[in-house]
Design a protein around this ligand. Structure first.
Ligand SMILES: *Cc1c(COP(=O)(O)O)cnc(C)c1O
Length: 438
């Protein structure tokens, strides 16, 4: 009866889990109004009143800025675009270094490359998986211009010491807020703890409009530069005469009116959706209490964690079997989730391989074929991306972290009980897994 499913026993559950589906009548009506207007985007890529976009774009930006107590919010068509625009707004260029995190989605580290600057990886804090002032400090050089801090998995990084360090060295701090809408640090919302904050509205995030992003800032100059870079800076430079032409080649990072209309409806739902996630995690954690070799996320008392994923820390020494074997066993006990059937049970081995392992870093091949920016004549440093570079990130990713998404709104108490039962079944029968160890 307790035979694990991975060994041929009966799984805890086979009935598919409910989808995380937050798009409803409000979004449909909002999008339909845009269809009826016939104006699906109202940007003009030249100096003109419409340079700043259409009505929904501007409404979304105002609502977002209010909600995050930010002076400005600049919408873009993805967080990736937002990160590119933010790094460009700083004025980063050839010869510069930008300190980045290894444990994040890849766009958080490619942004400096777009401006021919070198990403320098600092290690993560082993408890929160975010960069910390201690890990950043040793990576600062005379070439450092900026730091991209990622609030990973739903929890803000410890920002006060990071901002103090940044002020001392005159560095700009960009917060990657893609995974933390409505999270707070010391009671303050994320997004203006640093100089700019970048949010995502892609399909996988807490709230979404398919694809989209927003950059928040309290800085007038950054706001203006973000808007130029978003919308063909080069075409307005003559009319607007920006005070510098650094990085004033623009892009088209503009958000459409349909996406903006959907995002406005989603923003109204953000509080409820985030609350529900926190409630589900609280319930699940009460049920998982007492599994010795599995630690729940470490949430510092300054933070409101909003659980983009629920990242558990497994101790393979104590458990006696590898993390990968445990995850395989857990996945065998549980079904997939509606709309994401192809992924199996939404439980993962770690998150993303520490990013310096990517071929672009291992081969130092990014901009053109001359190994720029890594071995560019303008770059006076030497950079090393050897495996082993960030031991905390490697230990977390390869040996300890188990991420799952089975706490998203839509999961009932019964669904959550099944998740907890699967964890108990596997962790109470780890001895059965010895035979699977390679
Ligand atoms: C999703 C994500 C991004 C990229 O968001 P897009 O809107 O898809 O470009 C960047 N950083 C982190 C941490 C993310 O999770």
């Amino acid at each position: 009866m307790n035979k694990l499913a991975i060994l041929g026993g009966a799984p805890v559950r086979t009935k598919i889990f409910p989808s995380y589906q937050t798009i409803g009548q409000e979004e449909k009506e909002a999008a339909n109004k845009v269809f009826d207007s016939g104006i699906l985007s109202n940007f003009i890529g030249a100096w003109h009143p419409n340079f700043y976009g259409g009505d929904r774009v501007i409404e979304l930006e105002q609502k977002w800025a209010d909600k995050y107590q930010a002076r400005h919010a600049v919408s873009v068509n993805s967080a990736t675009s937002g990160l590119y625009a933010a790094v460009g707004a700083v004025g980063v260029g050839p010869g510069d270094e930008v300190i980045v995190s290894p444990y994040t989605m890849s766009a958080s580290v490619t942004a400096p490359l777009i401006f021919n600057a070198v990403p320098v990886f600092a290690d993560i804090d082993p408890d929160t998986y975010c960069l910390s002032a201690e890990t950043i400090r040793e990576k600062i050089t005379p070439r450092t211009k900026a730091i991209i801090v990622v609030h990973i998995f739903g929890q803000p990084a410890d920002m006060d010491p990071i901002m103090q360090l940044a002020a001392k060295h005159n560095l700009i701090v960009i917060e990657d807020c893609a995974q933390v809408p409505m999270a707070t640090y010391g009671g303050r919302p994320v997004g203006t703890l640093g100089h700019m904050g970048v949010f995502s509205l892609n399909y996988h995030k807490h709230i979404h409009c398919g694809e989209g992003g927003i950059v928040t800032t309290n800085d007038e100059n950054f706001c203006e530069r973000l808007m130029y870079i978003r919308n063909h800076a080069e075409a307005v430079a003559a009319a607007k005469m920006p005070n510098t032409l650094v990085n004033m080649i623009g892009f088209n990072f503009r958000l459409g009116e349909i996406e903006a209309a959907i995002a406005i409806s989603q923003l109204d739902k953000a509080d409820v959706l985030v609350e529900q996630r926190i409630e589900n995690v609280k319930y699940l954690e009460s049920k998982l209490d007492g599994i010795d070799c599995l630690n729940m996320p470490h949430v510092t008392n300054l933070n409101r964690h909003v659980y983009y994923v629920h990242a558990l820390k497994y101790d393979p020494m104590q458990g006696g079997v590898s993390r990968d074997t445990v995850v395989d066993a857990l996945k065998a006990e549980l079904p997939s989730t509606e709309l994401r059937e192809k992924e199996g049970a939404l439980i993962g081995k770690g998150y993303v391989k520490p990013l310096y392992h990517l071929p672009i870093f291992q081969n130092q091949m990014a901009y053109g074929n001359l190994k720029c920016p890594f071995q560019c004549p303008h770059y006076e440093g030497t950079i090393d991306y050897a495996p082993g570079l960030c031991p905390n990130a490697e230990k977390a990713h390869f040996k300890q972290v188990i991420t799952h998404e089975l706490m998203r709104p839509g999961m009932s108490i019964c669904d959550l009980n099944d998740v907890a039962n699967a964890f108990h079944k596997v962790f109470e029968n780890l001895d059965q897994l010895q035979s699977l160890q390679s």
